[in-house]
Ligand binder design. Structure first.
Ligand code: MN
Length: 233
């Protein structure tokens, strides 16, 4: 048995609907600007004819199960919600053709890409990495994983409320790069592995939360996600 100097971090995992076994997490990928109306509200419209998707990653340790209460994070005054559909990868793949992309899909979740918007925008505008804005402790919220092997979701409402008030309401048919295109493109750069999650981007309507806020969201036909924002850390 391997001896460690101190106890290693536990492997991250999510419950799977209908199963006792959990879905172990490998990597967390996030797609930037993947709904036109959100790209416009960020001041960076997308022209798909001349652009490719882009990505950022967060440490798996940022994963937080839906239903949690998380502390308002440090060093921000503008902590934002982003409601996203999450694709759970169940098969390895590299340089996957779009028409074969469904073979990598294990299932889906409903997720939140919580973001220190003030720090993200400073980083963006200075040409710095986004990590301090995005790789926030407890910021990658996800529901249970819903098994849908080989299913490519092409439409369905995606919505989010804060304290019962609607903030985001769109449809995943508005993804600029759809699920097949994302898996094909991301697999040019990475050997996708079982346990990888792809947060597919947020629609318009992102905004700030404060301590005490209750966030609830859903992807139609997949799952709901909830988060309570606690007192500052
Ligand atoms: Mn996002």
């Amino acid at each position: 048995m391997t001896q460690y100097l101190f106890t290693p971090s536990a492997a991250m995992s999510l419950p799977v609907r209908g199963l006792d076994a959990r879905f172990p997490i490998n990597r967390l990928f996030f797609v930037g600007r993947n709904y036109h109306a959100h790209a416009v509200e960020m001041g960076r419209p997308v022209d798909k004819s001349v652009e490719r998707p882009f990505y950022f990653t967060k440490a798996p340790q940022t994963l937080t199960l839906s239903g949690a209460t998380v502390a308002y994070p440090p060093e921000t005054r503008n902590y934002h919600f982003e409601m996203e559909m999450v694709v759970a990868i169940g098969q390895a793949g590299f340089r996957v053709k779009a028409e074969d992309a469904h073979t990598l899909i294990y299932g889906y979740g409903a997720g939140l890409d919580m973001t220190r918007r003030d720090l993200q925008l400073v980083a963006r505008d200075k040409g710095r990495p986004w990590d301090l804005g995005k790789d926030v402790e407890q910021s990658s919220v996800c529901s249970e994983i819903v098994p849908m092997q080989g299913v490519v979701i092409e439409n369905g409402a995606i919505a989010l409320e804060v304290n019962g008030q609607t903030k985001q309401s769109s449809n995943v048919d508005k993804l600029i790069w759809n699920i097949r295109e994302l898996i094909a493109d991301l697999s040019l750069f990475y050997h996708l592995q079982p346990g990888d999650l792809i947060y597919t981007g947020t629609p318009e309507g992102v905004g700030p939360v404060v301590s005490g806020d209750q966030i609830s969201g859903r992807v139609e036909g997949v799952a709901e996600v909830a988060l309570t924002v606690g007192a500052p850390a």
